[in-house]
Design a protein around this ligand. Sequence first.
Ligand code: NAP
Length: 247
Amino acid sequence: MGIALVTGASRGIGKATALQLAREGYTVAVNYHHNIKAATDVIAQIVKEGGKAFALRADISDEAQVMAMFDSLDREGEPLTALVNNAGILFEQSTIENLSAERINRVLATNVTGYFLCCREAVKRMALKHGGKGGAIVNVSSAASRLGAPGEYVDYAASKGAVDSLTTGLALEVAAQGIRVNCVRPGLIYTEIHASGGEPGRVDRVKSMLPMQRGGQPEEVAQAIVWLLSEKASYVTGSFIELAGGK
Ligand code: NAP
């Protein structure tokens, strides 16, 4: 099945996706940024379940680190067949009056440039015209791209809007190259990202406003990602799956 690279796989949605992909038979490349302990724990769990995985440290917003990460993948002896662009960041909830250029650029560097760089390196390896055997990419966007996250993080929402456009454009660009590119848009999922926004309990505060009246679990998002990567989704490209409890 080859290697599946999952960015930001040390926790949250990325971790759940890494675990499920390993169960499907992929060798999973667990990318992380800071938390080597968490990444090592994910690998230990995969190995305990009989799967294969290894860790790759890289800040996806840094081009040199992304290149080095893909160079490491090339030395693994198995082809890269799947990429999950998942690593994403947001900062303290804020209205636009308090958004600095530095903050906006940091959000865009990880959530947009990082996704572009990983897509670029994956396409170089997967595209038929480059001697690859094709593959599949899933970008993790957010319901925020549709809803805008007013009063919380419009910068983050806008970065996810860019991820949506990247998905549409790249899906068309590489459709004849054996590469499918799709996207998931999670809503309120129980992970640590909400602590970065200054409100660890955010999901429970707003869940009653959702049609389904509950937050989602990382595993529920992971299942959609795994399906989009699989042969079961062989005729699906440029598509978006909403995982937002009906919102
Ligand atoms: P999370 O729990 O905060 O985990 C973030 C992951 O990304 C961690 O593994 C972290 O690594 C990694 N990461 C952060 N910056 C990175 C960088 N520059 N380079 C490489 N890795 C980096 O987040 P999550 O909630 O699972 O979110 C995953 C994705 O889903 C994000 O794109 C997010 O925008 C999206 N999403 C989440 C929700 C939600 O409600 N949770 C809703 C919609 C969309 P370290 O641990 O090593 O720092």
